[in-house]
Design a protein around this ligand. Sequence first.
Ligand code: PEP
Ligand code: MG
Length: 747
Amino acid sequence: MADGMETESRKLLGRLREEMASEAAGQERLDRITHLIADSMRCEVCSIYLFRDDETLELCATEGLAPEAVHQTRMRLGEGLVGRVAKFGEVVNTADAPAAKGFRYMPETGEERYSSFLGVPIQRLGQKLGVLVVQSRDAREFSADEVYALEVVAMVLAEMAELGAFVGEGAALSPLHQQALLLRGGPAQEGSAEGHVWLHEPRVVVTNPIADDPHRELERLNAAVEELRVGVDKMLEISRGGDTEQLQVLEAYRMFANSKGWMRRMEEDIARGLSAEAAVEKEQSQARARMSQVTDPYLRERLADLDDLSNRLLRILTGQGRDNGKEMPPDPILVARNIGPGDLLEYGRSLKGIVLEEGSVGSHAAIVARALAIPLVVHVGRITTEALNGDHILVDGDEGVVHLRPEDTVVSAFRDKMAMQAEAQKRYASIRETPTVTKDGERINLVMNAGLMADLPSLKTSGAEGVGLFRTELQFLIRNQMPKRSELVAQYKRVLDSADGKRVVFRTLDIGSDKVLPYMKHVAEPNPALGWRAIRVGLDKRGVMRMQLQALIRAAEGRPLTVMFPFVAQAEEFREAKWEVNKTIEREKRLGHVLPETLEIGAMLETPSLAFAPQKFFDEVDFISIGGNDLKQFFFAADRENELVRRRYDTLNVSFLSLIERIVERCGISDTPLSFCGEDAGRPIEALCLAAMGIRTLSMRPASIGPVKSLLLRSNLQEVRKIIADARHRGEQSVRPAIMEYLRANG
Ligand code: PEP
Ligand code: MG
């Protein structure tokens, strides 16, 4: 780096700092800044474009272009050279702008006179704020040093914007973090909530982006990095011999903490006049910009590690801890980039809602949120950069929408919706103890799905008649290491204790496919949903299966025990598993343990093949539960996790209902109890049709019991069966339209 440039750039930052300290505000300050930059970079033009909304940039200040164009010239994201810088977060540096790809001529600015163009993004921690441009008449490409200098200035502008330095007149300059925002994400747990933002990891605020004394800043940076390294080494020492994934993350941390490239870039930033914390944040911003473009999951994770490490370093430098000294508001809505299941369980039911910037519907955090029945929206871009602690926020977990700092009209519409939901809940509570008997006298058994201790209180509050599916793998998934047998015994005992005599169907470990245990060796499979999962893993890893069976037998302590094997594709798999149960019973007896009073061993029917198993299989099995989520994905060959296809085929498709009917018939021949435990059991219309096809036990999320019961109590299954038969006869693809019509006509 040329020393002259470095001094020049420090001088410019010094002048910017004076500007920040001056009385001027808003537009005036922006104007003066463009003048300073143009002067320092020896360019005729310097312009600042800021985002007016997500898609539009506006020229907000300029030195050199026509002053009338300020607040008039606008461009869409991706449009023209400025739009390109903003869209891709990349530098555009050209000696001949009019000839450059994407150039758009804007006559009102008079820019045709300028040949060279250098534009850099103004961004802060992945949040795009605008574009800083310098232009000059002579045709030249800007040197690497000049590009770098302009990036440093853009970084300072971003910090100044964050500190409200440009707030004043002009709509485009309205302060950050004050506008009402509607953000869309993905619904992951239904329900609505109103409350105030509680940031899981509050943002570090850098109040001094510019520094006078680079030597002192270097010392501060070195001391902080040293503290960081010592901290990471300590964590590594503690983790040795423990969880391998955590070790890998820490090793990656250490690698970054010792990375010469990372240090060198920050040292250069400091030499240009940035403070130590601003240098860390500049590198962090650039890593985040890269993160948004990288699709490789491994690389994304490493960039996320670097992001985490930068946060730690910022906390050391600024002394701002995780604990920001603020009290959690009484109605907290947790906002985080992501959160682990352990942290979420610690917050527990104190949270009213959760909004995650990343996360996914199948993530462990989502599993916990569901168990706690807390509305959750995932994939809400920008939420962690937009939201401030204490901001008013509305979370719509049904639609996957978040309103941040909402306008009054939005608040009142939202409250109306919440009131209606509360009204419905009251209605459901009033029928909680009512047995589910349809108008034509059919008794339907409504039971619930569970998997975590947090689910257990719902047994009482939902009116469930038992647990039709206890997903034992959830306990394994939310941990960092394999649980011990004694821990499992204690957990299963608690489940049976709170069921208080109601039947609980324990499903043995269903891992593989989307459920990957962090501490088990990961096997890369070309098609995991069709791969080594569930009972296939159990039969190949008998030790784990035996340990779980022993734990279940011991937890039962002489009470009835019900065990179910997932993903049985052919009778022989069930026979082998049953043989293992009987062996375990014998062993437990020899060891002097009390045996369960009764033992039922069932199978989940999740592949079409099992529906066509020999009739003898239906005699051998104590009960069958249809795992509709998997059965449907294999029946239609449509991945349940793939957004492109997962909603494509209707459960009420006549082919699928015919398969269900066939299973009902075959179970009927052997008198085998049959239930349905996929998500569809909890959707009222689907539940009604399943009951009409002859299913008498439906297992669903606790929150679905009220709505499903309410519809069944009002329905006549004979009539529904006839509607289905007629629609099928007419050759319709799905019976849904006919059923909807029938329900509308019958109020
Ligand atoms: C199913 O497949 O329907 C089921 C209940 O199991 P899971 O969703 O846990 O795969
Ligand atoms: Mg399944």
